[in-house]
Design a protein around this ligand. Structure first.
Ligand code: NAP
Length: 535
């Protein structure tokens, strides 16, 4: 389409993505009196919870905490049914938010942003979409999510399989009926750990292809007790405050003691207590879990022992036992994951030393041995944190692309801005606590911070904000230094981009904890947004 027939729409802000981040950003911008449009590739809102509809998909942070807190009315009126809400309920919640705050009229669905180019003379972003829309906006806000670019591995013959294939992160909206089917699944991360027990219950046979075994603790999901809900709702402000004081921005009832300061008996009691509490509360067991090798080994051995108790076949149990550092890859929370391998219709195939040779029309082969199935599931994760940004042609000052700038790893100031890309913000971008925390809480902090910056610029008649190179370099060094002081820097996780062939190994999230991060952001603001160049 030519310029003449595509009128440019002029706005204060374009927001890319209508998940938790994009929706609240729109609401906040409107509250501040700015015009904004959200562009969303999906046909509905929800981001992660719109796309990840695989069987068993549910949140692994308690729903009473994994929810917005910006509106007291919203958090009082919404009823969660289970400790960890299933995907459908999360999506219903998000759609309720869209309706309640009348957001849909400023969201353009079924549209993918293809480019965002900074016009230096006018200090504006020119944003184009695959529908030939053109927007000119003072601010471009990327709410594209940390785990939204599906990773389909480059396995030989991948297109030759004659049956249906599915990726957990792009699941069909009508669901998939596995009844009577022979199913193969590749991957054993968080998504697979939730999907495997559900698929196994339906399928005639399930073959799991495992490259790396995963640490998982019981989620202990259950319907929510109305008394508990009542109590939380009466004291929501206090719970939210406590949660924000925690490293992970959710209340794990964290033990402030390091294991090194505890007796053997105390440690044993704490481990069993954490196991019974269920879910990611396990992170809160010992203050030195991620920094002390001895503590980590002890926790890892405890969980290994539990796996051995759950899985009847010792050879299968051995294969399912992780050898790596505990929580080095993201900890998983499951319902009957390990028990599923006791079923007669489930087979585990180790591909750690002999990868898949090729996918064939009938299935796949490993070390020359053929495995046949009717349906193939990829639970192979995402090109995390940078993948969805790199899909967009983002050009800053002098036409430089963000992808080029980040070719040796993402570089940001506070995970919010990247030098040379003025007026461009990334919500929960690399260099922010994001995936190490309760995402909704981190998103709210970013959205409110970005809103404050934009309001400040309006008040002081400023046209552009850009991170300075010095502040960015110092922040990137700090992010790396903090990660380097922990044990999580050492394994092949998606935190490091190690799951994507050719991706630079750089620890992407900030692992210094939510409270110090917020303190740093607030200090920056108090000092007139130090580290940013304002003009
Ligand atoms: P993931 O944790 O990256 O797991 C991907 C799995 O696929 C891994 O087992 C990986 O093996 C395997 N894999 C990848 N490429 C492969 C290849 N070429 N050949 C064989 N195996 C391959 O992805 P995910 O399970 O989708 O989870 C990603 C993140 O999303 C989680 O860490 C979590 O943060 C989030 N998530 C959260 C929830 C929840 O809240 N409940 C649920 C799902 C996901 P290797 O380990 O050897 O690379």
């Amino acid at each position: 389409m030519s310029d003449q027939c595509t009128p440019t729409q002029t706005l204060d802000a374009v927001v890319v993505g209508a998940g938790f981040a994009g929706l609240y950003m729109l609401h906040r911008l409107r509250q501040l009196g700015f015009s904004a449009r959200v562009i969303e590739a999906g046909s509905g809102a929800g981001g992660t919870w719109f796309w990840n509809r695989y069987p068993g998909a549910r949140v692994d942070i308690e729903s009473m905490q994994y929810s917005y807190q910006f509106s007291e009315e919203l958090q009082q009126e919404w009823q969660w049914s289970e400790r960890y809400a299933p995907q459908a309920e999360l999506l219903a919640y998000i759609n309720h938010v869209v309706e309640r705050f009348d957001l849909a009229r400023d969201i353009q669905f079924n549209t993918r942003v293809v480019s965002a180019v900074f016009d230096q003379a006018g200090s504006r972003w020119q944003v184009t979409t695959d529908g030939d829309d053109r927007f000119s906006a003072r601010f471009c806000i990327m709410a594209t999510g940390c785990l939204s670019a599906a990773n389909k591995p480059d396995i030989k013959g991948i297109d030759s399989f004659k049956g249906p294939t599915y990726h957990t992160g792009e699941w069909p909206h009508d669901g998939v009926d596995f009844t009577g089917k022979r199913v193969g699944i590749i991957g054993t991360g968080s998504s697979a750990i939730q999907a495997i027990p559900e698929i196994a219950r339906q399928a005639a046979h399930l073959t799991v292809f495992q490259r790396t075994p995963t640490f998982s603790v019981p989620a202990r999901n259950a319907p929510l007790d109305p008394e508990y809900v009542k109590n939380v709702k009466q004291n929501y402000a206090a719970l939210r405050k406590t949660a924000k004081q925690q490293f992970v921005a959710f209340d794990t009832k964290a033990n402030e003691k390091a294991a090194t300061d505890m007796s053997a008996e105390e440690i044993k009691v704490e481990l069993e207590r954490r196991w019974e509490m269920g879910g990611l509360n396990f992170y809160g067991g010992f203050a030195d879990l991620l920094v002390n090798q001895h503590t980590n080994d002890m926790v890892a051995d405890f969980v290994r022992e539990k796996i051995a108790q759950k899985v009847k076949n010792p050879a299968t149990a051995a294969l399912l036992t992780p050898k790596v550092i505990f929580a080095c890859k993201r900890l998983c929370a499951d319902t009957d994951y390990f028990e599923t391998y006791n079923r007669d219709n489930v087979t585990l195939v180790d591909i750690s030393t002999t990868p898949i040779d090729t996918i064939t029309p009938e299935g796949l082969t490993v070390a020359g041995k053929a495995y046949a199935f009717d349906t193939l599931v990829f639970a192979t994760g995402f090109d995390a944190m940078t993948g969805s940004l790199n899909k967009i042609d983002i050009r800053g000052i002098g036409g430089k692309t963000l992808k080029d700038k980040w070719s040796a790893g993402p570089r940001t100031y506070l995970g919010l801005c990247s030098a040379g890309f003025p007026n461009l913000f990334t919500i929960s971008g690399p260099g922010s606590p994001s995936v190490f925390t309760n995402m909704v809480t981190s998103i709210e902090q970013h959205v409110e911070y970005i809103g404050d910056i934009i309001a400040y610029m309006g008040k002081h008649k400023l046209s552009a904000i850009d991170a300075t190179k010095e502040a960015e370099d110092a922040w990137v060094d700090h992010v790396n230094e903090v990660a380097g002081g922990t044990l999580v820097n050492s394994c092949s996780s998606w935190y490091l981009g190690a799951n994507i062939p050719g991706k630079q190994r750089v620890f992407m999230p900030y692992i210094g904890g939510f409270p110090p991060y917020v303190e740093k952001c607030n200090e920056v603001a108090k000092n007139g947004y130090e580290g940013f160049a304002l003009k």
